[in-house]
Design a protein. Structure first.
Length: 243
């Protein structure tokens, strides 16, 4: 029993440290979440620990991380080696295509023997895992750790994206502001108005497609948008609709 309590205490600290380092090192991705046993609340969670990499070691501890394949896993892989050398812990990362990530995580965290300790996912998924008690309440840890520089995060991500009922459940790694922008100089020179319909959009795109629009001697596209299957199409919709 003493061994288990010691191991669990060490694991709580290394899990927090992983979330902390990920937030500091990464500039892209989506909110990171840590797994904790059901019904783990702030009142029963250990207090935050200020970790000195020079003396705090977690040799023999393995952290299983799940994230998106092709974008986030590339960024995370750049820092795993440094994290492991600082802490002694081993990071085992598994990545799935974006279209499969939510289902894989839901299946794992709803099982009796979940294997993923941390996830780097979209903030809009948090509520699903908060309501099932899969996420640790990080409020006290975040508020007592000045190294996170929490107030430097844009309010929409700091106060909305990672909060639920005034409690913090994730560390934001990246935030997107959806918008549409266009070359007003090109439209002005051509005597065109900004598009208000898809027909306008297509007509303008066709007019400029294949021309050298940045004077580099190469032809350019008249339109750029994400249209690949299963590739964040909702972001394109938000950008167009909000404009």
């Amino acid at each position: 029993m003493c061994y288990w309590q010691s191991f669990r205490s060490q694991w709580q600290r290394v899990r927090y440290y992983l979330i902390f380092l990920t937030a500091i090192w990464l500039s892209l991705g989506v909110p990171g979440c840590s797994f904790s046993p059901p019904n783990s609340q702030t009142a029963s969670s250990p207090g935050p620990t200020q970790i000195n990499p020079a003396v705090q070691r977690f040799d023999g501890v393995t952290i299983n991380v799940i994230t998106q394949k092709g974008i986030l896993d590339v960024a995370l892989n750049r820092h795993i080696g440094k994290f492991e050398s600082l802490t002694g812990a081993k990071v085992n990362m598994v990545a799935f295509p974006f279209g499969d990530l939510y289902q894989k995580l839901q299946q794992d965290w709803s099982s009796r023997t979940p294997k993923y300790d941390m996830a780097v996912i979209l903030s809009k998924w948090l509520i699903d895992f908060i309501n099932t008690d899969d996420l640790e309440d990080l409020t006290n840890r975040v508020q007592s750790d000045s190294a996170l520089q929490w107030q430097d995060i844009a309010p929409i991500f700091r106060d909305v994206s990672v909060r639920y009922k005034q409690r913090i459940y994730a560390i934001p790694l990246d935030g997107d502001f959806q918008m549409v922008y266009y070359r007003s100089d090109l439209l002005k020179t051509a005597g065109l108005e900004p598009p208000t319909t898809w027909d306008d959009y297509l007509a303008i795109a066709k007019q400029f497609h294949g021309k050298d629009l940045n004077n580099d001697g190469e032809s350019d596209y008249g339109s750029c948008m994400a249209k690949g299957p299963r590739f964040a199409g909702y972001l394109l919709f938000a950008s167009i609709a909000s404009s």
